[in-house]
Design a protein around this ligand. Sequence first.
Ligand SMILES: Cc1ncc(C[n+]2csc(CCOP(=O)(O)OP(=O)(O)O)c2C)c(N)n1
Length: 968
Amino acid sequence: MASMIGRESAITGTNATFIAELYTRFLGNPAAVDLSWAQFFEELDDDARAVLDDIRGASWAPRASRVIGEEIDGVPAPEREPRSVEAPRSVPTPSLAADELRGAQLDSIRALMLIRNYRVRGHLLADLDPLGIEGENHHPELDPASYGFTEADQEREIFIDYVLGMESATVREIAKAVKATYCGTIGVEFMHIQDPDQKAWIQRRIENIRNQTDFSPDDKRGILDQLTSAEGFERFLQVKYVGTKRFGLEGAESSMPALEEILRRGAELGVEEAVIGMPHRGRLNVLANVMQKPYVAIFSEFQGVPSAPEDVQGSGDVKYHLGTSTDRVLEGRQVHLSLTANPSHLEAVDPVVVGKVRAKQSQRGDRERHLVLGLLIHGDAAFAGQGLVAETLSLSQIRGYRTGGTIHLVVNNQIGFTTSPKYARSATYCTDVGKLIQAPIFHVNADDIESVVHVARIATEFQRQFKSDVVIDLVCYRRHGHNEADEPAFTQPLMYRQIARHPTTRQIYADRLIAEGVLSRDDVDAMFTDFQTYLEAEFQAASAYKPNKADWLEGAWTGLSSIGDEKEAKEAKEAETAVSGQLLEEVGRAIAREPEHINVNRKIVRQLRAKRKMMETGEGIDWSTAEALAIGTLLCEGTHVRLSGQDSARGTFSQRHAVLIDQETEQPHVPLDNVREDQALFEVLDSPLSEAGVLGFEYGYSSAEPHALVMWEGQFGDFANGAQVIIDQFIASAEAKWLRLSGLVMLLPHGHEGQGPEHSSARPERYLQLCAENNMRVVNCSTPANYFHALRRQVRSTIRKPLVVITPKSLLRHKLCISRLAEMGPGTAFQRTLGEVDKIAPPSRVKRVVLCAGKVYYDLLEARRERGIDNIAILRLEQVYPFPKRTLGDRLDPYAKADVVWCQEEPANMGAWVMVDRRLEDLLSDLGGKAKRPRYVGRDAAASPATGLYNTHMRQQHKLLDEALTLW
Ligand SMILES: Cc1ncc(C[n+]2csc(CCOP(=O)(O)OP(=O)(O)O)c2C)c(N)n1
């Protein structure tokens, strides 16, 4: 490091902090500084100003509390620049002549500009591609000449105030240092971050050490060992299962030491549990080498043995989608790891993992979000292309969804199936989406394994320190085709010619360690062959291997079950969904109370009074009140309730008002969070405007926390189709594929109210088409009390099934859509079907049974009353799936002489008709009455769910009522 030469007289005036201090004064009042300084600052261009702003902005710079070696939240501070902590209090009079002084300042500023531009753009010149296919080697802003430093200036000493750990340095030394730090095999993008502390932290962490860690010989042997396991496992599979699809890791073996380092450093810095999500590529390697799933078990699955014992397995899934969990001891600390099962749909697992992390943090009372870490592995094409990435990142710092930062490892093999990056994205990097939330991005050449481990360490420290997301872009390649049977040379012949010649990361590192004298060639070879011998023994044992048990009903799931239709009916009857009158009253008082400490909106006061009346009389309980009673009673029973959706706190239809807002201060008050002292937590969250991301998050939450009532609400039901991948790939099929249960509730506003095609249909037919093997529940309750029981059943039953609730819109305020408090009290339960409510003719004289679900019931009821009809009965199917054949049969049986109509407002190709048609036919045939099959009454099949013309809507509605209520 160079030292100051002959400028002691100017030293106090030449440090950057001092200049920044002067600059601050100048900004406040240009006349407050000496004229020569004012002119100097006026002449600065934007870049130079940015340099000074940086120096002024770093909150650590002037603060005396953060000193060298200080630990922040357990993360040791990197060696810190001994920058003068206090800014000068008075402006010293420079003792050099003004011109000479300005020249010196200018040199400093220009050098700092050069350094700054390396921080901003150095990554563009970094040596990131192991194949060396792409990459630039010149950028004008990274050329000292662009800052006026000529060749002759190279040896000129410049004061840079300990930036890069140097008090002063020649231009040549400065250029060398910035190139080493920012243009080696690591490229760092962090200058887009607005938080000066985060920027400063990264700068300090990497600059003084030129962005390298000195690994001990033991560390180096350990890294080689990990590379040997990664490569050796793939090589072994390649030989034993030639041509079998496994989406091998080859070309990205360095991701294994990276993951190991993240988990080890994470464990050192407080991680007790990590939830991992990843795509198919390299999954077997992660299962074996990170999750430590026994090789023998993996080989046995390759031989066709299912992963779970035969008595519990569902339809199963391919090997490279399976999840698992394990306990590992890392750096002396026990860490629980779970790898989430994932579908083929790339990135769909992201929000699910983050939701699981949040649930696990809640379970542990980890409010600091320090103990449980989310770790997501991505492919480059998927990370750049899938919108779910952005949706998931956006949840990162939001109340109710934040998880203390996810670590993202992008396995950037520079290809997506057969598509080259230039066709796969418009952005420079596949990781540019990370800038959406100002995550720092570390690009690293995967063939420099020590840099990879170094970056993994720093990224983990950053996540720990700032509790925010961080992205690692592991630039590697894919040695084979997209899968082992694919020929990559069809589409990328040049790339693959180069890959064929390219040594593996293990070979490169082994050569390096041999050259460094850390290991001999024999040591390296023995390491490889020993591992192959070990794998061979596991392979031999595989044919006798039997999976001993499925792990799906352990831990938090103990005592819960997933069982078939028949048992479900029995079980649900036993489920205690009724509540004592005393508890209903207690919750009722809380939700009707006019809070004294806040200034409540007058219209809300009226609503609160109406609720009080409902509670006092025990009559007229409306939908939202029943919902609040269900939630409040669960909270009092110790069940955590979480409701998230767009505008869910108020409710899309202004019906819920779960949060009361003080009209003077906007202070929120949540009545259901104030029922009693020892109640469980109620979270009601206005979510970001995302469906797939938020639904995925809530699904993930529910899959990790079976004892909470987790509800996601669509603004209107049809918006859920933006989250179809979560519904198809997880909610409907996770149990069958992976033995993973969920009690998630989806609330989907639905109803043909003449509001046009977009707000009418929750597309119930979509869910019903997905229903089989008792995989989920679909209800279209017509009474508040039944909705109350349906919600409570989700957590009071020992069965965990996702629940789809087709929820009402106009019924929220319909005079007939009300219940009595007694219908929620002792002796009551969820009703799968509801019978006739009016005093009409006895069943033997009834000519027709109209069967329906949801809102149309009230239209039918009112029309029948108006028309004075007494020989048509109206029955309701409250739970559409599992189809309640027995209870519906009991209801229909007395009407043996009647014909049966299924009436719905939805077009014939939508609604429940598509599903109930054949089932009703079966049932009627079993009953042996007059009706052999149901007749359909409703709108004609249609491409669009509803008309946009109100008059047409009304005409259609009258027609279907007429048809249903006219005997033919
Ligand atoms: C949502 C989705 N669309 C398409 C596919 C089909 N597909 C499987 S792998 C793949 C390429 C993925 O590329 P990348 O993310 O770079 O990962 P890599 O396979 O290169 O590891 C595609 C298009 C998929 N699995 N998921």
